[in-house]
Every structure is written in structure tokens, then in C-alpha cells.
Design a protein. Structure first.
Length: 109
């Protein structure tokens, strides 16, 4: 399960930064085009955090909407899918400019 290994990475990054201090809250930024199942991360998080400095921490997920830029007309538009085509009918998919993020944004001790 992909989300389990992602959650393990998140917990290990946060636990490393915390250096033994208990963590109250972890903020993640997850883009809507990242392909990551946020519900699965939220499910795995307390299980993976168990027995680490992150145990009992609240998980706060900040979503980022997808955006893409058309290489034809240079317009930037909201993007719901990884492959989007601009209304100007340029055939090539737009370049993704936001929404693929998967980051540990901050943590509260
Ligand atoms: Zn266009």
C-alpha cells in the first residue's frame, strides 16, 4: 500500500525533526493532483506514529487545488485531472503548475 510507505516517511521526517520532543500537530500539504489518498494517510497516521515522538499528534491536511498552464495561449487554469486541455483547443496537455505537492508543511510541539 503506497499510502502506508508515504505515512512512514512523513512520521520519520517529523520524528527526526522533533528529536524526542512530543509532537502535538502535524500539518501536511497534499495537492489534489498528487494521486495520494488523504483518507488512507489519515487512517495510517496514528498506527505508524504509535511508539514514536509523533504518537497522539493531530494530523491537519491542507489541500492544494490543481492548476495548469497552457503552452499555447499561456493561460493558467484550474485543473481537476492530471491531463487537461485548454479551451483554446491546443492539443497538448497543459503543464501542471500546482496540485502535485506532498509536503510536511509544519509541526507543532
Ligand atoms: Zn490555451
Amino acid at each position: 500500500m503506497h499510502e502506508l510507505s508515504i505515512t512512514r516517511n512523513i512520521v520519520s521526517i517529523v520524528a527526526g525533526e522533533a528529536a524526542g520532543r512530543p509532537v502535538k500537530r502535524v500539518h501536511l500539504t497534499i495537492g489534489r493532483l498528487s494521486g495520494v489518498d488523504v483518507a488512507a494517510i489519515a487512517f495510517c497516521f496514528p498506527l505508524v506514529a504509535e511508539g514514536t515522538a509523533v504518537a497522539g499528534a493531530e494530523l491537519v491536511v491542507h489541500r492544494v487545488e490543481g492548476r495548469g498552464r497552457c503552452e499555447g495561449c499561456r493561460k493558467e487554469l484550474p485543473l481537476d485531472e492530471l491531463v487537461g486541455v485548454c479551451p483554446c483547443e491546443r492539443r497538448e496537455p497543459m503543464a501542471i503548475t500546482a496540485g502535485e505537492e506532498l509536503l510536511v508543511r509544519s509541526m507543532e510541539l
